[in-house]
Design a protein around this ligand. Structure first.
Ligand code: C2E
Ligand code: CA
Ligand code: CA
Length: 764
């Protein structure tokens, strides 16, 4: 009996020591408290071990002291553990101090016992033929019991209250400790009062220590976790199905039940129902994902499947779960977003980026086909916007895109490159140049009371090297287009070697301009302007480039190049200055003849035209009325009011303003009546276009009459024959300019011409 208990106590000491070591290593805050408690339980067990083994009184007494003082430590440790385990704080530091003071007092009075004998004694009883020293309690021992029981019952009470107040799930956690404390306490009490020789309740203390160790450090409230997971699963927006190892569905959340319509919680039907709805899948041990669309068009539903397996610690398959997400809304939003990113808002055609992407794909798909890349541009679209309205402009673009959609073959791809430009990628065999040219060169857009024909130009690049970047292909198509940008007769231009050379050539010209101005390679030529009597009254200054390598260059060749890059400003400044110089030099030598200079529409963008001209005449000290200003209608197409103001300023300053090339573009007589101009310069060239001679005459007569009525002089240029001259004179035209009188000529020739002029001109 003794040996058995001794062995049990020794085993307990080892077990508790192991708990101390393990608990100390725990990362959880309660680890320290558990370690202390396990440690504090060792001395009472050792004390009892000594009592059990003791054959003499001294050892028995040592056993008793170890036991009692040890119990005081157990109380300290138990208090600390309780506070930690129940997540509590001392009500006040004073209370804590008082409790510890009482415990200390107990230790002191127990230590005094060998001298005073007031606490307890031992008496020998014979047990299994050996002396066993049993405790004889006195008053001090009673104090000890009151203290320890007091604390012990308080702790029981704390746990009891905790159980009552905590949610059910946590009750287990507290009740296990409370229950083991009650058992141990009762057992101990039974021993104390029954005075049985060997304190068996010590075994209870040991077990109590082990229970605490387990519940504080290793126990997880599984019911709590279960509930949390179940809650998450039920609330999940996905449909969830849990399968056991045999692939039988054991549970599904609300969405899962709804999705396949599981009736009456019969979850084992789920696999069949799922197979019925989505087609056969396996619900056993494999992990897989799958995307599926049910239905089509607007009704289409998108589902994402995700199947996961669960294995135990030995990696044996224990079950699986399937989640099905209805991603229809996401897919639709994504599709909408994709669509918006790929389609132009206004025309609903592809955007540039997406068009390029599609073209790349087409090229990869059909590497053997021959394709054309077309750059389509509306001429003077800015003017359309300004003159009519942006709303009309938008309508025009929409009509144009509708035309493209309707008339281009299925195999072509097209989109809006930006503004008024469109890109088309079309198999060469499907490109009907005649049709496109016919329908697009004058593309009528009728909207409200506006009926205007857009003039559309196409630059075409035949795809040669398929691995060229699409942007380069469009650059080339655009280059081709620039070669006909100011043309009214040609609407389609193909990129070829010549285009490339032309572009290189224009770039070279631009680079040479500064030097050319310095070296006086640019020269003014003068074309006489005569009155109705054939008397030279002025001249138009027209620029020529006597190029060192290219020879004589017509302005028709280089002016458009410089208009495009803005260098025209330099040319015009130079020409105006030359004209002023000329006027000053001539003085009255040939009477008060005037010089007309040309003003490019671009000049208005790059400089203050009125300011520059006024400064020039001041600088040269000449009469502004001798420097005539030729502007074209295009100048008035943008910023109409601002430009009118500039012209009015110029007229106020004494300049004479001429409307050049009347009849070429937008020619509107109604616009003319508000226009601050003095002279209308009608170009015969444009009239010759009118096939019907009679019609041309009528138009001309009307223009002349109308301008006269408005107090505007008419000047006809491009007069090539005597017949024309006579007819115009008869119609009431005041001034004339044309090859019939003289071609533009250099300064010296013009001066000679002036000297002998009158003789040269035939008038009737
Ligand atoms: P424009 O202002 O309409 O000039 C009249 C053009 O008609 C000149 O061409 C002239 O040589 C040509 N011409 C004159 N009489 C006749 C005729 O009887 N029959 C025919 N077929 N043509 C005739 P040019 O000199 O080649 O100039 C072409 C254009 O270049 C000019 O047209 C003008 O727009 C521009 N230009 C010329 N010099 C300048 C300049 O200094 N500055 C600016 N901005 N443009 C200029
Ligand atoms: Ca002119
Ligand atoms: Ca002209």
């Amino acid at each position: 009996m003794r040996q058995a208990f001794a062995a049990l106590f020794i085993a307990l000491v080892f077990a508790l020591a192991a708990c101390v070591l393990a608990a100390r290593r725990s990362y959880r805050p309660i680890g320290k408290a558990v370690a202390l408690l396990s440690f504090a339980l060792i001395p009472p067990v050792i004390g009892n071990l000594l009592l059990v083994l003791s054959g003499n009184q001294t050892i028995a007494l040592i056993g008793c002291y170890t036991y009692f003082i040890g119990m005081d430590f157990v109380m300290v440790a138990l208090l600390r553990f309780t506070f930690e385990y129940c997540n509590m704080q001392w009500k006040s530091p004073q209370l804590r101090l008082a409790v510890y003071a009482v415990l200390t007092l107990d230790v002191v009075q127990l230590l005094l016992n060998p001298f005073t004998g007031h606490a307890f004694d031992t008496e020998a009883v014979v047990l299994e033929g050996l002396n066993y020293y049993r405790l004889v309690p006195h008053i001090g021992q009673t104090f000890h019991r009151v203290v320890d029981y007091g604390i012990f019952f308080t702790i029981l009470l704390i746990f009891f209250i905790k159980i009552i107040r905590s949610p059910r799930i946590y009750m287990e956690r507290y009740s296990v400790i409370l229950f083991s404390m009650i058992v141990t306490g009762a057992w101990q009490t039974y021993y104390i009062f029954s005075r049985t020789p060997i304190d068996r309740s010590m075994a209870g203390y040991g077990v109590f220590g082990l229970l605490i160790f387990y519940f504080s450090l290793y126990y997880r409230p599984m019911t709590l976790l279960d509930r949390m997971l179940a809650k998450m699963a039920s609330d999940n927006s996905e449909a969830l199905y849990f399968f056991d190892a045999e692939g039988r569905c054991i549970w599904a959340n609300g969405h899962g039940i709804e999705l396949v319509d599981i009736k009456g919680q019969k979850f084992d039907q789920a696999a069949d129902l799922l197979n019925g709805k989505f087609g056969f899948r396996e619900y056993t041990d494999k992990e897989w994902t799958h995307d599926q669309i049910l239905g089509s068009g607007e009704e289409a539903k998108y589902y994402h499947f995700d199947k996961k397996s669960i294995t135990d610690e030995k990696n044996r398959f224990t079950g699986s779960f399937l989640s099905i997400r209805d991603c229809t809304a996401e897919q639709l939003a994504l599709a909408r977003e994709m669509y918006a990113a790929r389609h132009d808002d206004l025309t609903d055609l592809y955007t540039k980026a997406y068009l390029y992407e599609c073209i790349e794909k087409e090229l990869q798909k059909h590497p053997d086909r021959q394709y054309l890349v077309i750059y389509l541009d509306v001429m003077d679209f800015k003017i359309v916007n300004d003159v009519f309205s942006t709303a009309y402009g938008d309508t025009a673009l929409i009509r144009l895109s509708d035309w493209i959609r309707k008339n281009l073959s299925k195999e072509s791809v097209y989109g809006r490159l930006g503004g008024d430009t469109f890109g088309i990628f079309i198999p060469k065999k499907n490109f009907d140049k005649e049709k496109i040219e016919k329908e697009l060169s004058h593309f009528s857009v009728k909207e409200g009371n506006v009926d205007y024909s857009l003039m559309i130009h196409l630059g075409v690049y035949e795809v040669g090297e398929k691995d060229k970047e699409v942007s380069v292909m469009f650059d080339r198509a655009h280059l081709a287009l620039t070669t006909i940008q100011s043309e009214y007769q040609v609407h389609v231009a193909f990129y070829d070697e010549k285009t490339r050379k032309d572009v290189l050539w224009s770039n070279r010209l631009s680079a040479q301009l500064n030097d050319a101005l310095k070296n006086r390679e640019l020269q003014p030529y003068y074309q006489p302007i005569v009155d109705v009597n054939g008397k030279v009254v002025g001249a138009e200054a027209l620029v020529r480039w006597i190029h060192p390598t290219e020879g004589f260059l017509s302005p028709a060749v280089f002016i458009p190049v410089f208009e495009k890059n803005g260098a025209i400003v330099e040319v015009d400044r130079y020409m105006w200055r030359s004209a002023c110089e000329m006027i000053r030099e001539w003085g009255d030598r040939f009477g008060d003849i005037f010089v007309s200079v040309n003003i490019s529409p671009k000049d208005f963008y790059f400089m203050d035209v009125s300011y520059e001209l006024q400064n020039l005449v001041k600088e040269y000290g000449i009469d502004p009325s001798r420097l005539r200003i030729e502007i074209t209608e295009t100048v008035m197409m943008t910023d109409l009011e601002k430009r009118m103001k500039i012209l009015s300023d110029l007229r106020q300053a004494g300049f004479i303003v001429e409307m050049d090339d009347f009849g070429s573009g937008f020619s509107s007589l109604s616009l003319l009546k508000d226009m601050p101009v003095d002279v209308l310069k009608i170009d015969m060239k444009f009239l010759n276009k009118a096939s019907d001679d009679h019609k041309a005459k009528t138009i001309l007569q009307n223009i002349i009459n109308m301008s006269e009525d408005l107090g505007i002089f008419s000047l006809t240029e491009g007069v090539e024959t005597n017949v024309q001259h006579n007819m115009l004179a008869e119609m009431g035209c005041r001034l004339f300019q044309g090859f019939y009188f003289a071609r533009p000529m250099p300064r010296e020739a013009f001066e000679r011409f002036l000297d002998e002029g009158d003789k040269l001109i035939v008038t009737e």
